[in-house]
Write a protein that binds this ligand. Structure first.
Ligand SMILES: Cc1cc2nc3c(=O)[nH]c(=O)nc-3n(C[C@H](O)[C@H](O)[C@H](O)COP(=O)(O)OP(=O)(O)OC[C@H]3O[C@@H](n4cnc5c(N)ncnc54)[C@H](O)[C@@H]3O)c2cc1C
Length: 359
């Protein structure tokens, strides 16, 4: 299989890089190790109820993000969830200044499905190595799960690595002759991990009225955020007769337990900490799911929008770790990578991203 541009990673950065390049007429292929689009825009079905285990919500801060939110609202992918969020401190539960939080009732991964509708993707294919040939790159792929009949090799004129820096370093280490002076600084980029607990409750055990939907814990040693996820989906205040709560741990707690084989003690700890602060009912869920995010939120970031490597053919890294952090950065960085690759290939005219989002 030959393509102009191979994009590694079908998260927000990879999808954002893909749109203008595809619209400019380049052939491209996204290579994704998991079975779906979105990366950390991740949804999950807990006992039949959809919930978000990655990106929690969007606000319309930032030039690109506000354009994306506007477009996704017009396409009825996003809708306002809350304007009042809370924080829990030594003084108890307090309201934050009003700000609209937007969510996708179909799950936040729906954002990626919408953006990637027309983009060719091979799923369950992990890019294991990149090698320069006489005219282009060869990418060697590993099958992550059986069942996909996509090939295990691709050649491309250019490669975009739209993945967290520590994962990009693993791929870059396979490129023969890669200059250590170029890739060593990338080792300064670090991520905070997170343990995300999804907990589903029996409706008859839950209070009729819950005074919060999204609570930050700025000073807590163990909890970072707790949200009534099911209230994103339906108009009733609980959102379901089987309400779901999502609890995100602090990075320190996740770092200490990320590789534990048995996470039962951590799960019980997260539940009891949540219950002690926001209500005893949180202690006794009926169904649970815990996800380990090794690369959840960038901690130490790269100072530029993308990393353009000195290689025989174009090779550019991007992601939420380039420039600042999180979603606005992933968008800006994906566009920077697209622009750099286009500059090194054919200098075509790239359409503004807002026109491709339809906003
Ligand atoms: C629990 C949680 C809550 C969050 N909440 C917020 C929030 O409220 N606000 C906010 O702004 N941000 C939030 N974020 C962060 C936000 O989700 C990310 O900043 C953004 O989604 C990053 O997009 P990305 O494309 O850079 O990376 P990713 O989404 O990580 O995409 C990278 C993709 O590359 C794939 N991949 C990796 N290596 C390979 C390989 N070798 N071969 C093939 N594929 C590969 C991965 O499977 C993944 O799909 C949250 C993140 C988490 C985990």
């Amino acid at each position: 299989m030959k393509t102009d541009i191979a994009i590694v990673g079908a998260g927000l950065a990879g999808l954002t890089a893909a749109l203008p390049l595809q619209a400019a007429g380049y052939s491209l292929l996204l290579l994704e190790k998991s079975r779906g689009l979105g990366g950390r825009l991740a949804s999950y079905r807990l006992n039949g109820v959809r919930c978000d285990r990655g990106l929690r919500y969007l606000t319309d801060e930032g030039r690109l993000l506000s354009g994306l939110v506007r477009s996704l609202r017009e396409r009825q992918v996003l809708r306002p969830w809350i304007t009042t969020s809370h924080r829990y401190t030594a003084e108890g539960l307090q309201q934050n200044p009003p700000q609209t939080h937007y969510v996708a009732p179909e799950g936040m991964s729906q954002i990626a499905k919408e953006l990637g509708r027309d983009v060719p993707v091979w799923f369950s294919r992990r890019v294991a190595a990149i090698t320069p040939q006489s005219h282009d790159w060869r990418l060697d792929l590993e099958a992550v799960v059986a069942g996909s009949d996509a090939p295990l090799e691709v050649t491309a004129r250019a490669v975009i690595l739209a993945i967290p820096a520590p994962q990009a370093l693993m791929v870059l280490a396979t490129v023969p002759g890669m200059d250590a002076d170029v890739i060593n600084p990338l080792q300064s980029v670090t991520y905070d991990p997170c343990l995300t607990l999804l907990a589903q409750y029996s409706g008859d055990r839950v209070p009729d009225r819950i005074p919060w939907k999204s609570v930050e814990f700025p000073d807590d040693p163990d909890l970072s955020w707790l949200g009534l996820d099911s209230s994103k989906r339906e108009s009733s205040s609980l959102g379901s007769d089987r309400p779901v709560v999502v609890i995100n741990s602090r990075a320190e707690l996740a770092r200490s337990h990320l590789d534990d084989r048995d996470l039962t003690p951590v799960i019980e700890h997260l539940l009891s900490q949540g219950a002690a602060r926001l209500g005893d009912w949180l202690q006794t869920p009926e169904h649970l799911h815990l996800h380990r995010w090794r690369y959840a939120i960038p901690a130490q970031v790269w100072p530029q929008d993308s990393v353009v490597l000195k290689t025989p053919f174009p090779l550019v890294c991007c992601g939420d770790w380039c420039g600042s952090r999180q979603v606005e950065t992933a968008l800006r960085s994906g566009l920077a990578a697209a622009s750099s690759v286009n500059y090194q290939l054919d200098h075509r005219s790239l359409a503004p991203i807002h026109s491709l989002w339809g906003g």
